[in-house]
Structure formats: C-alpha cells, structure tokens
Design a protein around this ligand. Sequence first.
Ligand code: ZN
Ligand code: FE
Length: 255
Amino acid sequence: MGKFNINHFICRSDNYGVIISDKNTGLTASIDAPDAEIIDQELKINDLKLTHLFITHKHLDHIEGIEYLKDKYSCKVIGPEKEKDEIPLLDITVIDEEYIDFSGSPIKIIETPGHTLGHIIYHFEQDNLLFAGDTLFLMGCGRVFEGTHKQMFESLEKIKKLPPNTAIYFGHEYSLANAKFAASIWPDKHIKKRLDEIESLRAQNKHTIPTTLDAELITNLFLMGDNTSLKRKLDMGDAKEEEIFSELRTKKDTF
Ligand code: ZN
Ligand code: FE
C-alpha cells in the first residue's frame, strides 16, 4: 500500500469524515471539518496531530469544525479562493490547476463548480487518491445548488479524465439511495450487482467509501451519458451527453 493511512468515519448523520496521515512523517490532514468532536476523537484514537485541513466547499456540514480544530491544533487551513469570504480561518486559498504539497505528495486542485460555484476537489496525483467532497458520490453526484447543469457536467468530465484506478473519497454516505435510483432507471447487470453489494454493506452498517473511478465509469449514470443503452432507456437516443446528464439530475432531484 501507499505511504498514507486513511481513516473514515461517519459525522453528523451521513457526512464522511476522512483523515489521511503519512505513516513516516506523521503529517495529518482532515478532509473537511464536518464535526470537530468526532474528528478530534478519531485523531486521539490513532495518536495523530492534525497539521492540515483541506476544505472542499463552504457548506456548514463541511466547515463547522474548522474553528475548534484550528484553535486546538494550529493546523493549516486550505480552501477554495472562490469561497474565501464564506469559509472561516483559511491560511491558504487555492485555484484551479494549482499544486500544493502534502508530505512530499503533489496535490492538484481541481475546481468543480456545480454543487457550489467555488467547490474544489483534491487530487493526490502520485498516490491515486481523489477527495471529491460533494461533487461526486458513489453512483451519484452532488445536487446542483449554485451552478448550472452544464457546469456540473463539465466538472464531472474533469473527474472522468483521471486515471481509472483512482480511489475516490466522497463527502456523504448516499450510496444506497444512489444505487436504487440508478437501478430504477437502468437495471443493468453491473448496476444491479453493485446495488446488492451496497444493500448488504449498509445492512451491516458498513461504509461504502472509497469507490474507484473504474467502478463509477460502469455504474454511475451521471458519468455515462454516452452509453447507448442508457440513452435508449431514457428515450433520448439522439441526445448529447450533457442532455442525458441534465435529465438524470432532474429525475434524481425528485426520486
Ligand atoms: Zn455541500
Ligand atoms: Fe455536504
């Protein structure tokens, strides 16, 4: 395995807390700050000290713990330049295609407007890790609150271009609802199999995080707008990928 240990745990009701730490240097980052107390408890259990906070977007369920954690650990808080006025205590703001370093690993910042206009995701290029916040979920994608469907579609296109073996950590445990939606649209064999797997994991209260890009490419309908069978299922045989995305996003909003 790689040089990092990654812990994930549920915060609030369905947010994922994720902590990544370098086994050698001890440098430790939390992806977002959904719940200070639970993150702090995880750090203690694993004997870690928080050195970095990587914030994906401004929603309260991703930033509420910043103040407490920064006060306690004096960690560096990194977040999107475009949401700097709405995220407290940022030390470093970042923009699209900028690189930052974490424990010798280059992290590429990718702006993914759609869920919010300033949303960013963190791609650990050498480590094949992506922290996707509320842009991509297992078999789903974030609700489009601020951007347009076109923007969200283009944001997901950026993720599709990453290496297929990328492990993707996402912001919420929505996998079961997403899989049920996908199966309701197109009960393809890959989708049905994954729905079964997720049902059994969730029945045991197990996490579905992380996913991988190659699994998403064959089960996440929001990435599959060029699939002819899917297009036929939607009666949209001649539609463009972007239109398929938009139709699915609209359907999911009321599913
Ligand atoms: Zn959000
Ligand atoms: Fe969220």
